[in-house]
Design a protein around this ligand. Sequence first.
Ligand code: GAP
Length: 534
Amino acid sequence: MQKIVSLCKRRGFLFQSSEIYGGMNGCWDYGPLGVELKRNVKEAWWSEMVTHHDDISVLSGAASAYEMTGLDCSILMHPQVWKCSGHYDLFHDMMIDCKESKRRYRHDQVRGRWALLDDKRVFVTAICEPEEESETLMARAQKCFGLRAKERDRIGWDGDVVSLETVEDFDQVFGPDAKEPGTLTEPREFNLMFKTHMGALFDESSVAFLRPETAQGIFVNFKNVVDSSRVRIPFGIAQVGKSFRNEITPRNFTFRVREFEQMEVEFFCHPDSSQEWYRYWRDRRMQWYKDLGLSDSRLILREHSDSELSHYSTGTADIEYAFPFLPEGEYGELEGIAHRGDFDLRSHMEGKLNPASHPLEVELDEKGKPVHRGSGKDLSYRDPVTNDKYLPHVIEPSAGADRATLAFLCEAYTEDMAPDEKGEMQGRVVLKFHPRLAPIKAAVFPLVKKDGMPEAAQEIYRDMKREFPVFYDNKGAVGRRYRRMDEAGTPFCLTVDGQTLEDGTVTLRDRDTMKQTRLPVEEAKQAIREAIRC
Ligand code: GAP
């Protein structure tokens, strides 16, 4: 992972946010190559879900032809949206504070081990990468008992490394950065939404939140889309955009960050066919990652157990990837596909009027009646052909653009051998992106900077640039130019030489096989077009 992180910085894929001021935790900036890569990921998603979706092909079983359309909603929304979505009351992590170090930790992320010395027994804790855990805990125990390094073997252990969640009494607990035991507070709820104020007033009446997901903008516009376009159920609405979560411990490069982009679809269907649609989207979304190059052996589709499901969901599956920063056998979530029933539309319509279907706290007025907190608008759907009126069920494939981009980067990173200028085999670093995702599709090189070759190469470069991102490079030996392009993940290099001027052919070099083929420029262009087409 360290190699990937340093390549990302060196070649301009990702930089730490506000780096010259020491950086901003949980925020990252995409550099010149990174921005193109992420745009391609989002574009591949939008094209799969919306622009290239075939509205008329009929699927098997209850699943029928369906339409897909898009939205781009504001980040700031009415505060009541977050009340009805449940985020205001329920979107929190449990956190603990350390009174000594003044640091804050996510309760489930603090891990530790009971350490023994003579008649003393203390729980030492740390927050670190799994492979560093045992050494870090040993160093912590040594410090907490006031021992020297050579006295380490006096320390005994009681049980394995476990989460702090298994410890009830914190009196004997040494916090991850504390010098004394018993300095951790009891766990308490910490809402993950970023709070701000709108307008000139700075009081409770002006409170607003940065959206923690793009989904709610789609739900509150459901009626607008139905009324303004000709969509009929079943249909889906897609949105790509920024979301914000005040993660207590952002970590693992761009995997868990505070500002990120989501790619979400809310798919509205009849309750009777919703289970079939759930299975359809779950399998289709898994295939998308494979088609763009993630290997079968590093991807899993994990169905949630009943105890993991939200109270309104009858099925949720996560698509997970074996990121290299995780221990062997562990996976990180790329996307969740959830059957949300009618929870969201009903909440925005009725508020929390129905405690049986929404076991959230219900606010009562003086007469003991539930306070109406939804929009009060009828969000049900009337089918224009059958006249059937119902509240649609929703299947939600919800992906993270940054996590998908990171997975494609990790999968692409390869070290192999390639011949250098003298024909000797040397190690090379190559990013084997799917050509569709590659930031630069092709590079054009004149073999030498004379004899009309630069002019001919520039003409080819300008012509190709009208169709896709191309890079022109005339500096250094051709072998070195190939290597620079390999590191940027460029799938093709075209070299213009003396023969080009005579017969209009070029050599086309393939990044992955390193094979070079001589062919007419037009054919080389066509080969690139086909490789990057969806
Ligand atoms: N509307 C449903 C929803 O937001 P989620 O599982 O909380 O569900 C969906 O988020 C996806 O958004 C995740 O699978 C992940 O890819 C991405 N995501 C969530 N939190 C993130 C974070 N802190 N940093 C980066 N990506 C995140």
